[in-house]
Design a protein. Structure first.
Length: 668
């Protein structure tokens, strides 16, 4: 883009912060990328991963041309072909599958590699094309299905407080979230609160880098969060600190829920959670006496059998204390439900209703699928029951197309690979799920090789297949204008021209923002407390402990150096990450005769992965932890922790159970 010196864009990756960035362009070529200092949330800083993004776009292993498989599935052997050849083969195969098996035999498998409303999982990418074919729908539940469902049952929406209002809080509880690794921009607002005297508590099975910086860390037994919430509220009631006015005016089901709270005294909760009764009581007293209290609970918290219930019950806490009425009080899980773009999935283009396939059920729901089309996803490295997924991907009767930027483990099983653009090479519209800003991403340079954006790929394929539906050919600008046309008051005055000029705009929400001070978006307008006996669902690991030969609960937290499997092939980040490790408590290591640095097998009936032991009290006895995000083929033993993660639904929203699996550890 000759003449452009400063191009505004946005990070597309699966992180709540959705940073605004600035690309410096010289002679039509991007030469540097940094966080936008003018953006109120980004404030000039990017994370350690995205700092290398521009370098990543120029990596030697970038996929630059269409490819056709030449070796066995899984071998990663391909030959270069033209776009015309790729579209010819794809068109013939898709038509044949629709004619012989019906459109539902096609599964468009879209992940969170980009959160863009044009190119990524949040919006319109490919949906019109797939509806014209009658393909199966895709339920993207891998991140937040359980938590969203639980919150909506309590407050009517998964949206909560504005994270910027953490600066106003006087008690901050970071519940199952490692802020300094996954969404570190919130920390600035936490620091502002601390300057005003706020106390910070981290509740996490692992003593993370965030827990190290908190005033207090409570090492909870994985999956018992709802029980802790009930125990804390038991102390609030004992202190007579419930907000009776708020309860009377803005909640329903209180009498029933109150009885359930009383059935969870501190001593009982201590036995369930593994946190001492003294620590539960101490935090309960703080909660009773401190307004406003801000709770931060993110996606790791709800990846177990009772994940939806956990968020449902935790969201009830500010209903009892009345914190929902105060700016700086409440819970922040995701701000996505505050975004009211006109996302039209164009179901009117379907000839008839079609089935929905579940993202985390890839291994078990592929049996009758004849075409798997993967974009913005790497299921061979990111989804549960990874060994079973690879067995399915190896089927010769499964036609697999992968749109990708790099040769991931999933690409190795593809029949056709289509080269995809990266964020600095295409247009996109973004909204963070950790703040209240819309952002526009302007391309800073042309795509390398023959890479195409997701939207352009589907336009070309539709044209190649002779489809005549006009909306299939809408330009990116037209799609963005449609998204902004919802008429919702939060978008008033936000035009595409303004976004492209300014780069980002805060949606029309007040400062400070207390979304539920006067009511909730439920049918009754009231917060709905969980019914008695539905306020805590024990994790699978607790329920299966007596009958399973495996005795250690595995946690697979986010890596500080990879984002899901994005950057898993970056040489510098891989060098810094070193070989995989598994954190083991000293008592568990001694019982198994394990030594620090020893290579071990972490295994169960699903499979095994290799890691080096790190003996540490950062995990409690009975809990082990090994970060996610590595590419299996670039990892010792050729597997990552997803081989031991069962393809099991949680209690709500079909949420996956990445942190609720029993394993054992044995020397290699």
């Amino acid at each position: 883009m000759p003449g452009d010196l400063r191009v505004l864009g946005a990070c597309p990756l699966d992180c709540p912060d959705t940073c605004s960035w600035v690309v410096t362009v010289e002679h039509g070529r991007p030469v540097s990328l940094r966080g936008n200092p003018d953006h109120p949330y980004t404030r000039g800083a990017l994370c350690v991963k995205v700092n290398r993004y521009l370098e990543h776009t120029r990596a030697d292993d970038r996929v630059l041309h269409p490819l056709r498989r030449t070796g066995p599935k899984g071998s990663g052997r391909f030959e270069r072909i033209t776009w015309e050849e790729a579209l010819d083969e794809i068109s013939v195969r898709l038509r044949g599958i629709v004619e012989e098996h019906g459109g539902e035999a096609i599964w468009p498998y879209l992940g969170t590699g980009s959160l863009g409303y044009l190119q990524g999982c949040e919006g319109v990418a490919g949906r019109r094309f797939w509806n014209m074919l009658g393909a199966s729908k895709h339920y993207l539940n891998i991140c937040s299905g359980a938590g969203n469902s639980g919150l909506r049952r309590t407050t009517g929406t998964a949206a909560g407080m504005d994270p910027e209002n953490f600066a106003l809080a006087r008690l901050i509880v970071l519940w199952g979230t490692n802020t300094l690794t996954s969404g570190h921009h919130l920390w600035k607002f936490i620091q502002e609160a601390r300057a005003g005297g706020a106390y910070v508590v981290a509740i996490d099975p692992i003593r993370t880098r965030t827990a190290d910086q908190a005033d207090e860390h409570l090492a909870i037994r994985p999956g018992t969060d709802a029980a802790l919430a009930l125990g804390l509220l038991n102390v609030v009631l004992a202190e007579n600190a419930q907000d009776e006015e708020f309860l009377a005016e803005h909640t329903e089901g209180w009498d029933d829920f109150r009885e359930e709270i009383l059935r969870h005294p501190v001593e009982r909760v201590a036995g369930i959670t593994g946190i001492s009764a003294e620590a539960v009581h101490r935090l309960g007293i703080r909660l009773a006496r401190t307004r406003p209290t801000a709770l931060r609970a993110t996606h790791g918290l709800q990846r177990h059998a009772g994940g939806g219930t956990a968020l449902r019950t935790i969201a009830a806490i500010p209903g009892v204390t009345g914190d929902w009425r105060h700016p700086g009080g409440g819970i922040a899980f995701s701000t996505s439900d505050h975004v009211h773009l006109a996302v039209d999935r164009r179901d009117d283009l379907l000839a008839r209703p079609v089935r929905t396939r579940v993202m985390t059920k890839l291994a078990s729901q592929l049996d009758d699928v004849k075409c798997l089309w993967v974009y913005a996803a790497n299921p061979a490295g990111s989804s549960p029951d990874a060994n079973a997924i690879k067995r399915q991907l190896a089927r010769e009767d499964l036609f697999t197309v992968v749109m990708e930027q790099f040769s991931t483990d999933t690409v190795d099983y593809a029949d056709i690979v289509l080269p995809a653009t990266m964020q600095t090479e295409h247009m996109d519209l973004h909204a963070g799920y950790g703040h209240l800003y819309l952002l526009w991403n302007e391309p800073a340079g042309p795509p390398p090789g023959e890479c195409l954006s997701t939207t352009e790929t589907f336009r070309r394929l539709a044209r190649h297949m002779g489809m005549t539906e006009p909306s299939l050919y809408d330009s990116d600008v037209e799609l963005a204008e449609q998204l902004l046309s919802s008429g919702h008051p939060s978008l008033e005055g936000i035009s595409l021209d303004r976004l492209r000029k300014e780069g980002w705009v805060r949606m029309n929400y007040p400062r400070p923002f207390a979304p539920f001070a006067d009511g909730f978006p439920t049918p009754s307008g009231r917060l709905r407390f969980p019914p008695a006996k539905e306020a805590y669902v024990p994790p699978h690991a607790v329920r299966a402990a007596g009958s399973s030969p495996y005795r250690l609960t595995l946690i697979t937290p986010a890596s500080h150096l990879f984002l899901n499997t994005t950057f898993g092939n970056n040489p510098e980040l891989r060098r810094r990450a070193k070989d995989p490790v598994v954190l083991v408590n000293p008592a568990d290591a001694a019982e198994r005769g394990l030594a620090g640095g020893q290579r071990v097998r972490v295994h169960n009936d699903g499979g095994e992965f290799l890691a080096d032991v790190e003996i540490s009290d950062r995990v409690a006895a009975g809990v082990v932890a090994s970060p996610k995000g590595r590419w299996p083929k670039l990892t010792p033993g050729g597997a990552n922790p997803n081989v031991v993660v069962a393809e099991r639904d949680g209690d709500m929203g079909r949420g996956p159970a990445f942190h609720d699996n029993l394993v054992e550890i044995s020397p290699v």
